[in-house]
Design a protein around this ligand. Structure first.
Ligand code: PLP
Length: 401
């Protein structure tokens, strides 16, 4: 296997170019499109070659739980797009987060994390890592001094998502990175909502980026996948956990995700344009109380969004006047939009966080977090703006009767 054009692995090229070409390797057959290598193991020309591969004194493949050429191509392409030294691909977003924790933390360590996190991430920290003596303190995403004040002598990791779900709050990555750099803490950013097209946290001082490739990176709802990115030393520790424990990315999913990456820049541009246009329309709608989208001038962190992100993102949320009854009415009046908690898909999705993704949280804590009964979250897909607007306006107009 040879790299097509190894210069494409440095990041002087634009995202649109890297997305299509970075990491491509060719076998002796000279295939143009990236090959799908469905093999669990590899053969060697001699006993000496086998020994050299296993001792890693010579590069090459030994077993697909460790590495696979199709997976390598996906890792190198995403690493180029995130400006990372190395990417380690995983079976899902959650196995990426698990691999960061298992690779870098030990019993007695402490995590500081943002209050608004993906539900399973909170479950991992509170219910699983806690059994191994790892503790977590939660702080408001946007309060840099709260992050700093939460540091204990045993704090090893800061963990955050920006923009957050469902209220699209932002963390100032550079400001938080200044704190972690001064205190010797590792900063990990879940970049699932933004993708490298909107922001590259490693260039702002973060040490680690994690992805659920299941969301925008695939973007078509087909496969689960994840990734961890960062410098070679940190990634080697993550990789040693991964190759031993086994939640690695399958070759088939890596191949699907390689093809997905080719259209990621185009898709993100369209997701973001349509989401902003919908957010602006919703803000003017008499049945709507408030809209949350970083691209709106009314967003409390709009200035930070403009500085940190190239676009506002494809997800928005809004509060309908009339509480749960009105919100459910908007959902039930849709004819096209998918009623599901998933996001980052070509198909627009709508969800009522208070009764689905956030229903386990007590009503008081939910209200305090801003997840009120009238809140709806929309992950804006690739359908036409006019058709999505039409589908949302049916229920909104009913609210005005
Ligand atoms: C979905 C999601 C995850 C988990 O990813 P899976 O691929 O479902 O394991 C992690 N973080 C965020 C922000 C997500 O939206």
């Amino acid at each position: 296997m040879d790299h097509d054009r190894s210069e494409l692995l440095d990041s002087n090229f634009d995202d649109a170019t890297l997305a299509v070409r970075a990491g491509t390797m060719r076998s002796a057959f000279g295939e143009h499109s990236e090959g799908l290598f469905l093999t669990s193991s590899y053969v060697f020309a001699s006993a000496a070659e086998a020994a050299a591969r296993f001792s890693e004194s010579e590069p090459g493949y030994t077993y697909s739980r460790f590495t696979n050429p199709t997976v390598t191509m996906f890792e190198e392409r995403l690493a180029a797009m995130e400006h990372a030294e190395r990417c380690v691909a995983t079976a899902s977003g959650m196995s990426a987060i698990l691999s960061v924790c298992m690779g870098l933390l030990k019993s007695g360590d402490h995590i500081v994390a943002s209050l608004s996190l993906f539900g399973s991430t909170i479950g991992l920290f509170n219910n699983i890592l806690s059994r191994f003596g790892i503790t977590t303190t939660y702080v408001p995403l946007d309060d840099v001094s709260a992050w700093e004040a939460a540091i204990q002598p045993n704090t090893k990791l800061f963990y955050l998502e920006t923009p957050s779900n469902p209220l699209m709050e932002l963390a100032d990555i550079s400001a938080i990175a200044a704190v972690t750099k001064a205190r010797g803490v590792i900063l990990a950013v879940d970049n699932c909502f933004a993708t490298p097209i909107l922001q590259k946290p490693l260039t702002m001082g973060a040490d680690i980026v994690v992805h659920s490739a299941t969301k925008y990176i695939d973007g078509q709802g087909r496969v689960l996948g994840g990734a961890v990115l960062g410098n070679k030393d940190l990634m080697q520790q993550v990789f040693l956990f991964l190759r031993t424990a086994g939640p690695t990315l399958s070759a088939f999913n890596a191949w699907t995700l390689l093809k997905s990456l080719e259209t990621l820049p185009l898709r993100m541009e369209r997701h973001c344009q349509t989401a902003l246009a919908l957010a602006e329309w919703l803000e003017q709608h008499p049945a709507v109380e408030r809209v949350y989208h970083p691209g709106l001038a009314s967003h409390p962190q709009h200035a930070l969004a403009k500085q940190q992100q190239t676009m506002g993102g494809g997800v928005l949320s809004f509060i309908v006047k009339g509480g749960r009854e009105a919100a459910w009415q908007v959902i039930d009046a849709t004819r096209m939009i998918s009623i599901t908690g998933n996001l980052g898909d070509a198909k627009t999705t709508i969800t009522h966080p208070a009764s689905t993704t956030h229903f386990r949280i007590s009503p008081e804590a939910r209200e305090a977090a801003g997840v009120v009964e009238g809140l709806l979250r929309v992950s804006v897909g690739l359908e036409s703006l006019e058709d999505i607007r039409q589908d949302l306006s049916t229920g909104l107009d009913l609210c005005l009767r």
